[in-house]
Design a protein around this ligand. Structure first.
Ligand code: SER
Length: 883
C-alpha cells in the first residue's frame, strides 16, 4: 500500500464505524502550556474535560504533530534512528464518552490484521500495570479484551501481552490535563519474528510501537492529583510514518530481511531523490553502528534523514503560522532550521537549498493539508530569509568552532556563548558538533553566561519600580474599575516606600497599571487635605496597582478614602492607540498573511509600536494598503466590545499568543467582528474615536521580526499641524502660496542648477586667467620652467585644477602652488616628463615642502598633493624653492 492509501483506508475504516472525519488541527496548540500540537488529542481536550460538547461522539482524523521541545521531545533522536521524527502524522480515532476499551481494542486489531494484514503473530499488546507510586490500578479490563483477541487468533496471551508501568503505559499530554492508562501495539520486525515480546519497549528498531490506545479516565491537576473524569473517553494515536515504513520495508509483510525504516516509505522518496540530485550521494540505508565513531557514509545517511524530517517540520509549522524566531516555540523552529542548514553544509549543499525543498513537501502533503499548498511561497521566503541570516555567520562560526576544538579540546561556557550570541549557533547545535568531534561543551558555563546577559538586559531596560514589591501570597490583587470609569473613590490600604518615590495602594482603582504593552495611567489622587499627582501606575507581582507619587505623605493614613481621577485626555489617547494596534494587527495579517503574529507592543498616548513576525521589509505598496485598510475600518466607526470568558470557551477565531500567560478567565476584545484578540487593556468604544491612522515607520528589529510605528487621533492631529506649519514657513521663505510650493521648489532648484553651471564656468575661466598670470611670472633655468606661488583657492580641488592648468601650458618644468584653505596649508606640485628626467619629482617636492611646514604629503612623480599646519611660513617656503 502507498502512504496515501494507508491514510485513506484508516479514515474509511473509522468512517464505516460511524466516526466523523475532521481536518487536522493547527500545529499552533490551543493550550497555553504546549509548545506545539504534540498529539491528535490536543484539540479534543475540552471535550474530554466536559467543558464543551462534541457534535459527534466519534471522531477520526490525521493530525499534524511536532515533538520537539517540551515533555515529548524526539529531536535528539531524529536521523540517528529510523523511526523518530520532529514532525509526523498521527492517525487517530476518538470516543467522546461513547465506546470504550472493548471497541477500541477490537477495531484496532481488525484494521491492522484484517484490512492491512499485519501478521498477527508479530503483534504484541502492552497493558498498564502500575509500579510503586504510580497512579490508578492494573488495567484488568484492557488485559481481558486483549486476551480474548489473541486467543481468538490462536496466539498465547501470556506471550503476546506485556505489562508496563506509568513510564510506558500511562499517557499524559503534559504535566496536567486529561490522561489515563494506555495499551500500545508493538510489531516484531526481526527476520524470524520470534522474539516473544522480549524487545517490546527495549528501544529496538526491530520492535516498534505503532499504535497507542489511551483510555482517558483522569484529569491530572497541577497539585499532582489524578481526578476521575465524569465520562470515559478513548484517545488513540497511530504512527502513520511507522506503519507506512513497515509496509514498504517488508514489501507488504512478505520480506523481513531488511531492517525496518520509516524512511523507506514513499513519504520520503521524493525528498531523498532531491538530496541525491543535490549532493551526488545516494542513500545507503545505513545506521550508525557506533555513535562515537560515525563513518562518512553513515553520516551522509543521517543527514538525509535529518533534512527530510526537518523540512517537513518547518514547512508545516510555518504553514500554521509558527515562524522561526528568538523565543519559545519559535526558537525551537530556528534551532531545527539551523541544524538542517549545518547538516546541509556537511553534505556540500549551497545556501538556499533548504527553501528549495518546500515544493517537494507541498507535492507530497499539500493535498492532505491544504494550508501547505496555500502558503507555499511564504514558507519558501521565510525559510530562505532564515537561511540567509544564518548563512552570513555560519562559516565564520564553523571556523571559530574548529579553532577552539583544535586549540582547547573542549568548548568552554564562554565560547559556547560566543558561538550562540555572535554566530547564531543554538547550544544544541554546538553540542551536536562537539559530539561529532568527541569533545565536551560546558553547558553549565553557557547558562552562567546567558544569565549574565539576561540580567544585563533586565538592568538596562527594566524600571527599578517593579522591584519595590515582592511576591507575597497574602496580598490580594487590586480590583481594577477603570474599564468603565476614570474616577472613583477608593480606600488606601498600603504605602510602599522606595528611594525615589512612594507607591500608594488602594482597594480598587480606575488607574490602569502598565501591562501588555499599554503604559500605566497618570492622574490626581485627592485625599481630604492632601493632593498627589500619580506620575505612573505599575503592577507588582501580586497584581496590586502601585500609584507612583512624590511629596509629603505625612498627611495621609491607611484606611483613608481618596478620589482617584485618571488623566482623562491622556488615557483616551492611549486607548486610541491601543485599539488602533488591534486594527493594524488585523490589516497586517490580511495583507501580509496569517503568519504575522504579535511579537511585542508598546502603546502610549503619543504613538503605537507594534513588533511582529515577518520575514522581509514590507513593500511601500503593501504598507500603503495596510494603512488604507486600517483607515477604512476607522472611518466605518466599528463597534468595540469586550467580554470575559473561560479560556477554553473563547471563540475559536480569537487570537491568543501563547508566549504570554493567560489565566483561566480571559478577556476578549472584539472590534467590529473582524478583530478578536485576548487583551487586558482599555479601549475606545467605537473605531471612529480613533480618528485616522498614519504609519510613521517600518523597520526590521531582528531576523524575522519587523516593527511598525504609527500615530492616531490627537497625536496625528499634532503631527499634521507640525507638517502644516513647516509648509507655511517654507512657503513664506519662498514667497509663495502652500499649493504653489512644489512648483516654486522646482523653479528654485532649476535656477540653482543653472547658477551652479555658470559658477563652474566662471571658476574655470578665472582659473585660466590666473594660470596665464602665473605663467608670465615663470622663471627658467637649465631649459626647465618653474612656477612657484602662493595663490588663493576655495578648496584643494580648485588648487589642483589650477596647477593642472599651469603645467598644461608650461611645456617642460615644475609647478608648485600653495594656498591657505580654511586656516590650513594645501600644496600641489606637478612635474613634466623633462623635469622628472632631470630629477624633479612632484612627490619628493611635496614631501620636502610639507615637511618644512609641519605637514605631510606625497604622490607620484608627475603629481602630488599635501597639507600642513604652518600657514605663516608658506610664502617663505614656496619662495625658497628653486630648480
Ligand atoms: N495521545 C496518545 C499519544 O499521543 C494517543 O493518541 O500517543
Amino acid at each position: 500500500m502507498t502512504s496515501n492509501e494507508i491514510r485513506q483506508s484508516f479514515l474509511d475504516f473509522f468512517s464505516s464505524k460511524q466516526h466523523a472525519i475532521v481536518p487536522s488541527a493547527s500545529l499552533m496548540p490551543d493550550a497555553p502550556n504546549l509548545l506545539f500540537t504534540n498529539a491528535g488529542m490536543n484539540q479534543f481536550v475540552p471535550y474530554f474535560l466536559g467543558e464543551r460538547e462534541s457534535a459527534n461522539p466519534r471522531i477520526a482524523d490525521t493530525q499534524k504533530c511536532i515533538r520537539a521541545g517540551g515533555k515529548h521531545n524526539d529531536l535528539e533522536d531524529v536521523g540517528l534512528d529510523t523511526y523518530h521524527h520532529t514532525f509526523f502524522e498521527m492517525l487517530g480515532n476518538w470516543s467522546i464518552g461513547d465506546y470504550f476499551k472493548k471497541e477500541a481494542i477490537e477495531w484496532a486489531w481488525e484494521l491492522i490484521t484484517e484490512v492491512w494484514k499485519f501478521p498477527k503473530e508479530r503483534l504484541y499488546a502492552s497493558v498498564y500495570k502500575p509500579g510503586e507510586g504510580d497512579p490508578a490500578e492494573f488495567d484488568q479490563e484492557a488485559y481481558d479484551f486483549w486476551k480474548a483477541v489473541f486467543e481468538k487468533a490462536g496466539l498465547d496471551p501470556e506471550i503476546h501481552i506485556v505489562f508496563g508501568n506509568k513510564k510506558d503505559n500511562f499517557w499524559m499530554m503534559g504535566d496536567t490535563g486529561p490522561c489515563g492508562p494506555c495499551s500500545e501495539l508493538h510489531v516484531d520486525l526481526t527476520p524470524d519474528g520470534d522474539t516473544k515480546g522480549s524487545l517490546v519497549n527495549a528501544d529496538s528498531p526491530y520492535c516498534i510501537e505503532i499504535w497507542n490506545l489511551v483510555f482517558i479516565q483522569f484529569n491530572a491537576t497541577p497539585e499532582g492529583d489524578y481526578v476521575p473524569l465524569k465520562a470515559q473517553h478513548v484517545d488513540t494515536g497511530m504512527g502513520f510514518e511507522r506503519v507506512a515504513g513497515i509496509m514498504a520495508t517488508s514489501k507488504n509483510f512478505t520480506d523481513f530481511s531488511t531492517p525496518p525504516s520509516n524512511y523507506n516509505s514513499d513519504l520520503f522518496d521524493t525528498l531523498f531523490q532531491e538530496f541525491e540530485k543535490l549532493s551526488g550521494h545516494s542513500y545507503q540505508r545505513t545506521l550508525p553502528a557506533d555513535l562515537d565513531n560515525i563513518t562518512d557514509v553513515e553520516m551522509k545517511d543521517i543527514i538525509f534523514r535529518v533534512l527530510a524530517d526537518h523540512i517537513r517540520c518547518l514547512s508545516c509549522s510555518i504553514a500554521d503560522g509558527i515562524l522561526p524566531g528568538n523565543e519559545n516555540r519559535n526558537y525551537v523552529l530556528r534551532r531545527i532550521l539551523r541544524r538542517a542548514v549545518m547538516y546541509g553544509r556537511k553534505l556540500g549543499l549551497e545556501n538556499g537549498f533548504f527553501a528549495n525543498l518546500v515544493p517537494v513537501v507541498v507535492n507530497q502533503l499539500g493535498h492532505v493539508f491544504p494550508e501547505l499548498a496555500q502558503q507555499e511561497e511564504i514558507i519558501k521566503k521565510i525559510i530562505k530569509s532564515e537561511e540567509d541570516a544564518f548563512g552570513r555567520t555560519l562559516d565564520r562560526g564553523i571556523q571559530l568552532f574548529d579553532k577552539i576544538a583544535t586549540d582547547e579540546g573542549e568548548i568552554s561556557g564562554l565560547n559556547a556563548f560566543t558561538l550562540y550570541d555572535t554566530y547564531g549557533f543554538p547550544l544544541d547545535l554546538t553540542e551536536l558538533m562537539a559530539k561529532q568531534k568527541g569533545i565536551s561543551v560546558d553547558t553549565k558555563g553557557f547558562e552562567v553566561e546567558m544569565e549574565k546577559q539576561r540580567s544585563k538586559a533586565r538592568a538596562s531596560q527594566k524600571k527599578s519600580d517593579i522591584l519595590v514589591a515582592d511576591s507575597d501570597s497574602a496580598l490580594e490583587a487590586t480590583k481594577f474599575v477603570g474599564f468603565d470609569t476614570m474616577a472613583d473613590e477608593a480606600e488606601l490600604i498600603d504605602i510602599v516606600e522606595a528611594d525615589d518615590a512612594a507607591y500608594l495602594v488602594f482597594n480598587q482603582t480606575p488607574f490602569y497599571a502598565e501591562m501588555g504593552g499599554q503604559v500605566g495611567d497618570t492622574g490626581a489622587i485627592e485625599f481630604e487635605g492632601a493632593h498627589f499627582q500619580a506620575v505612573d501606575t505599575i503592577k507588582d507581582p501580586n497584581g496590586r496597582h502601585l500609584h507612583k507619587v512624590s511629596g509629603d505623605l505625612a498627611g495621609i493614613a491607611l484606611g483613608q478614602v481618596a478620589n482617584l481621577i485618571v488623566d482623562h485626555d491622556r488615557r483616551k489617547s492611549i486607548e486610541r492607540h491601543h485599539s488602533a494596534t488591534h486594527v493594524l494587527h488585523w490589516a497586517l495579517r490580511k495583507v501580509l498573511g496569517t503568519h504575522v503574529r504579535q511579537a511585542g507592543s508598546l502603546v502610549d498616548n503619543q504613538r503605537l509600536r507594534f513588533d511582529f513576525s515577518h520575514f522581509e521589509a514590507i513593500k511601500p505598496e503593501q504598507l500603503a494598503l495596510i494603512e488604507r485598510l486600517c483607515n477604512e475600518q476607522l472611518l466605518a466607526n466599528c463597534k468595540v466590545e469586550w467580554f470575559e470568558t473561560p479560556f477554553d470557551q473563547k471563540p475559536k477565531e480569537v487570537m491568543a499568543f501563547f508566549g504570554d500567560k493567560y489565566g483561566d478567565v480571559v478577556r476578549v476584545v472584539d472590534i467590529g467582528g473582524f478583530s478578536k484578540e485576548l487583551c487586558g487593556g482599555t479601549h475606545v468604544r467605537g473605531t471612529g474615536e480613533i480618528g485616522l491612522l498614519k504609519i510613521t515607520s517600518e523597520t526590521g528589529i531582528s531576523a524575522g521580526t519587523r516593527r511598525i510605528e504609527a500615530i492616531v487621533g490627537d497625536s496625528l492631529y499634532s503631527h499634521i499641524n507640525d507638517i502644516e506649519s513647516t509648509i507655511a514657513i517654507a512657503s513664506k521663505s519662498l514667497s509663495t502660496a502652500p499649493n504653489e510650493l512644489l512648483k516654486k521648489i522646482d523653479v528654485v532648484l532649476a535656477r540653482n542648477a543653472e547658477l551652479e553651471k555658470q559658477l563652474k564656468s566662471f571658476k574655470q575661466k578665472a582659473s585660466g586667467n590666473l594660470a596665464d598670470d602665473l605663467l608670465k611670472a615663470a622663471k627658467e633655468s637649465n631649459g626647465l620652467k618653474l612656477v612657484a606661488a602662493k595663490v588663493e583657492a576655495s578648496d584643494p580641488n580648485a588648487l589642483r585644477q589650477l596647477g593642472a592648468n599651469v603645467i598644461g601650458k608650461l611645456e617642460e618644468g615644475v609647478v608648485l602652488l600653495g594656498a591657505e584653505i580654511k586656516g590650513k596649508v594645501s600644496v600641489v606640485a606637478f612635474a613634466s616628463q623633462g623635469a622628472i628626467a632631470a630629477g624633479y619629482k612632484a612627490g619628493d617636492i611635496i614631501r620636502e615642502t610639507t615637511a618644512k611646514l609641519n605637514g605631510r604629503g606625497g604622490g607620484k612623480p608627475d603629481f602630488a598633493m599635501g597639507g600642513a599646519a604652518n600657514v605663516a611660513d608658506l610664502q617663505k617656503t614656496i619662495d625658497a624653492f628653486s630648480l
